[in-house]
Design a protein around this ligand. Structure first.
Ligand SMILES: Cc1cc2nc3c(=O)[nH]c(=O)nc-3n(C[C@H](O)[C@H](O)[C@H](O)COP(=O)(O)OP(=O)(O)OC[C@H]3O[C@@H](n4cnc5c(N)ncnc54)[C@H](O)[C@@H]3O)c2cc1C
Length: 327
């Protein structure tokens, strides 16, 4: 059952920020994640501030310098189908198209996608876990088959659930954030918070801040991006393992690389090891095998999620092989 809360739908960004000053106020974008959290009483709210009537948060536009600006209220369907995005940032369009189901992509927004709450079944269930202020991560000795293999840091072992965030990190995107003290730009790479830094928060957002847009710089010539996601079933599901690539080629050689995993860690997980293994090289069979090996070298699986190591290796090998074929 839903708790009681006030609901407002201001028309301006400033009014939305003012409403968020009230105790227990939260942002509501498409509501596909938030409403589930409220119904399940995952956290308490007193006021729901819908930002859907704030016009400036909608739409996609290209700046004169080639930077692409995606309003935070842009739906995942629009991101998946947008012609310029599909051409220049195909990895992001692909990731958006792999989120959930058509109904959820029609309603869910890109801002909500990067800010969504963890999907760990202990967090979502009736367990007072570390992230909810309790003293234990129940996944450590529990049902940890869907939990992280990197970045748990001995604290919380959830995996970050977003499909688009890893691509945005790979594309070197920035989140523009507005709050009571003005506007700031946060690189997506520093937007999410590791549990060892603060287990009670998922992002660097302060309570009264709103993501207004995502900015993606123009890609250097020869850059191609992709996203590959593996899930436990063919219908809607979160990533068991996923890899977002932004590779810059000169001829058949990879001269620059950004590699970010989903389903791997409590934040989108950038793999410096894999980036190094392919940078400056042609993607032949040996290089691809070495990259897949390097990618999982530092993994720390729990009792029931060791299968993710060969799964990641397989996904990486397949995706690099596909990239090589289309180079
Ligand atoms: C059945 C199901 C399957 C799903 N499968 C996937 C999946 O495969 N992959 C995936 O990535 N996601 C999945 N999701 C999660 C979710 O629906 C999507 O991520 C969606 O994009 C969330 O966007 P929204 O606009 O509905 O967010 P909301 O539900 O409105 O908000 C989500 C959270 O973000 C905050 N928030 C929203 N917008 C902003 C903003 N602009 N500034 C600051 N804070 C903000 C809200 O306060 C809330 O805490 C799934 C959800 C469901 C219910």
């Amino acid at each position: 059952m839903f708790p009681n809360f006030d609901y407002v739908r201001p028309k301006s960004l400033q009014a939305a920020i003012t409403h968020l000053s009230d105790e227990g106020a939260v942002v509501h974008a498409g509501g596909t994640d938030l409403l589930g959290c409220l119904r399940e009483h995952i956290f308490a709210v007193k006021k729901v501030v819908s930002i859907s009537a704030v016009r400036e948060l909608h739409g996609i536009a290209e700046g004169t310098d080639g930077t692409l600006r995606i309003g935070s209220l842009t739906t995942l369907r629009t991101v998946a189908e947008h012609a310029l995005l599909r051409k220049r940032f195909s990895g992001l369009a692909q990731a958006a198209s792999e989120v959930a189901s058509p109904q959820l992509r029609n309603q869910g927004t890109i801002g909500g996608n990067i800010c969504q709450k963890p999907r760990c079944w202990y967090y979502r269930g009736d367990f007072n876990c570390l992230r909810k202020g309790g003293g234990t991560c129940f996944a450590v000795d529990g049902e940890n088959q869907f939990h992280c293999i990197f970045g748990g840091g001995g604290t919380c072992f959830m995996v970050h659930p977003s499909d688009t965030a890893p691509c945005l990190v790979a594309l070197n995107a920035t989140a523009r954030v507005a709050g009571p003290s003005g506007v700031r730009d946060v690189p997506l790479e520093r937007f999410h918070v590791l549990p060892e830094v603060d287990v009670r928060r998922e992002t660097v957002l302060e309570p009264r801040e709103i993501v207004t847009e995502i900015r993606i710089p123009p890609p250097a010539a020869g850059t191609r991006s992709s996203y590959r996601k593996v899930r436990a079933r063919r219908s809607w599901d979160f990533a068991l393992a996923g890899v977002a690539l932004a590779l810059r080629f000169e001829g058949r050689r990879v001269v620059d690389s950004r590699v970010v995993f989903s389903g791997a860690a409590p934040v989108p997980w950038r793999s410096a090891e894999m980036e190094q293994a392919i940078r400056g090289k042609e993607l032949n069979t040996e290089v691809i095998a070495a990259a897949a090996k390097a990618a999982v070298a530092g993994a720390e699986p729990l009792e029931k999620n060791g299968y993710k190591i060969p799964l990641f290796q397989g996904v990486i090998e397949e995706e690099l092989t596909r990239m090589r074929a289309s180079a």
